[in-house]
Design a binder for this molecule. Sequence first.
Ligand code: MG
Length: 286
Amino acid sequence: MKKDSILTLVLLASTAVPVLAGPPVVKKAPVVKKEYRLDKKGKKVEYMFIDGIKVHETDPAKQPQPKVVAPKPYDAKAAKAPANAKILFDGSEKSYQNWTDTKGGPTRWKLVDGALESVRKSGYIQSKEQFGSCRLHVEFATPAVVKGNGQGRGNSGVFLMGRYELQVLDSYENPTYPDGQCGALYGRAKPLVNACRKPGEWQTYDITFHRPIFNDKGEVTRRAKFHVVHNGVVIHDNTELYGGTGWRGPHSASEYEKHADKGHLQIQDHGNPVRFRNIWLVELDD
Ligand code: MG
């Protein structure tokens, strides 16, 4: 078929789509561009732009801050683990034993008032068991006594498969780059809205995660997908991850790298005493 006729077909196909009320359902793949700049020391630094917006852009004219919305009241019924859930942490000493440091040794995080509390410089914690696609409920509270600002205030993170970070941060009246605020898929996608509670208050994440799938060549054949409800408010509506969420310099995120079908659930120690409780998970079919 000639190029012209393919183009005509594409145009016909696109005009044949019925006009429905509401936003379009099909999400277009983002356009990702990279460039390299020299820092003050003359070191080459990677800059990534997603749909023209620099990763970790702080200028609200270029990367608008998500709208602040009222969180829904804590829903104790929804927070209760269903019968088929794995209880990863319920405040008990026994469930504390479900966690190790990232080398499999005992964690130095503290068990305080039925919560797991991050201890500065003790490193990430991880579940002994490994998981792939899952539904995960996690509750967290950033420190009631506010210290620091931006990324230095109440920073932690929930890492699905030990890789894909849903950011935990005190983003209550604490602006930072939107793709790194509370509820961001770090460096890749900002939350749709800011539904944070005040520092010290318990908050909920209800995450539906589908793992990425790779072929033998190491290419991703199905991207990871996150649906995230923060304090009862949808902040990611089946967001596809077009790469990793790892740190690759101040303005770049990691790419996909083939990994196993399951990985440890990790929680970040970023130097702030963030608390976690009521962590349970239901494994999902891919
Ligand atoms: Mg973090």
